[in-house]
Each structure stands twice: as C-alpha cells, then as structure tokens.
Ligand binder design. Structure first.
Ligand SMILES: *[C@@H]1O[C@H](CO)[C@@H](O)[C@H](O)[C@H]1NC(C)=O
Length: 176
C-alpha cells in the first residue's frame, strides 16, 4: 500500500511535469522580436520576470528573411558576435524547446540589431527550485493527500482517489 501511494505521488508529479510545460511567446507579443525603442521594452526586462521551466518552448514571430534568431554562447551574446552561432533559426516562426536548466542566450542575426539591444537571456530554473517554489501566493490550503482514503483497502478506489487528487491539483494550478 505504501508503494501504491508513492506511485500515486509519482503519477501526480508526472502529470504536473507535462501540464506545466508551455509555449511562451518571447516578449509576450507577436512583434516583440525587434530592436527595442526604449529600455523598458528590453526583452531582458520581460525574461527576468518570467519563470521558465524545463519543457517550456520559446516562440518567436518575425518576418523571415529580414530577421532571425541565433542561439549563441555567453561570450557571443555579450559581444553581439553573429558569426558563430550554436543554432540559427530563420523561418519566421521559431520554436526552441528548453530542455535543460541554466542560461540560454539568444541574439538577432540581423546585422547591427543585437548591438542595439535585440537580444534576450533566458534562465531556466533547475527542477529543484521549480518544485519548491511552485506554491502560488495565498492559495487555499491544498487538497489533502489522504483525503481519498474512503475505502482504504480497495486499490481500485485508491486509484480513483489518486486521479481525483491529481486532477484537483491540476484544476487548482490552472486557476493561477
Ligand atoms: C566572432 O567569433 C569568431 C569565432 O569565434 C571570432 O573568430 C571573431 O574574432 C569574433 N569576432 C569578434 C568581433 O569578436
């Protein structure tokens, strides 16, 4: 039985991992990949506020042929060096899946744009920080984990309880 509730927790964990992954439009709007006209438009202002987690996908929209997205090293990010990218994307609808924790550096491949501030640093939280920091501000006391112990011996009803708790948590999460 103890083994069962452990697998129940694991199942919930798994569901969360899947449901938490999102597609995120860089800059929060479709025309954000451009030279920022003011400092407050800087994409790092935006990315600094966002909590990126492993599994999230970044999305850029821009006019193909006029701009591009380069994933570069930290050094090339700082120097705006477009000659040696790790990856180059230029299809106009670029999606990059964040599959590790740590910093990602992106700059525009259009000549001179990075120097004028068209660059973004995205830091993906490590899984540990992610799961300790998940609780949103004053959420109502979360669903109790042993709540579904109505018919304690039936593993079928335990499975049902597990599902109820899992989806209850998902629902709660969706509200925030
Ligand atoms: C850009 O990077 C390349 C390859 O690493 C290097 O050879 C070149 O000197 C760099 N250019 C500048 C301006 O730093």
């Amino acid at each position: 039985m103890a083994g069962f509730s452990r697998s129940c927790l694991f199942f919930i964990f798994l569901l969360f991992s899947i449901s938490a992954a999102k597609e995120i439009l860089v800059g929060g709007k479709t025309d954000a990949w451009k030279v920022p006209s003011t400092d407050s438009e800087s994409l790092n202002k935006w990315s600094g506020k966002y909590r990126f987690v492993i599994g999230d996908t970044l999305v850029w929209n821009y006019e193909s042929g006029k701009d591009s997205v380069l994933e570069v090293s930290k050094e090339d990010y700082l120097n705006c060096n477009i000659s040696n990218p790790i990856q180059e994307y230029k299809d106009g609808n670029t999606k990059v899946k964040l599959n590790r924790a740590g910093p990602y550096y992106f700059i525009s491949g259009a000549k001179g744009h990075c120097e004028k501030g068209q660059k973004v640093l995205v830091v993906v939280l490590s899984p540990r920080r992610r799961y300790t920091g998940i609780s949103p501000a004053p959420a109502p006391s979360p669903v109790e984990f042993d709540a579904p112990a109505v018919a304690p011996t039936s593993s079928a009803s335990r499975l049902g309880g597990c599902l109820v708790v899992a989806f209850g948590l998902l629902l709660l999460r969706g509200l925030f």
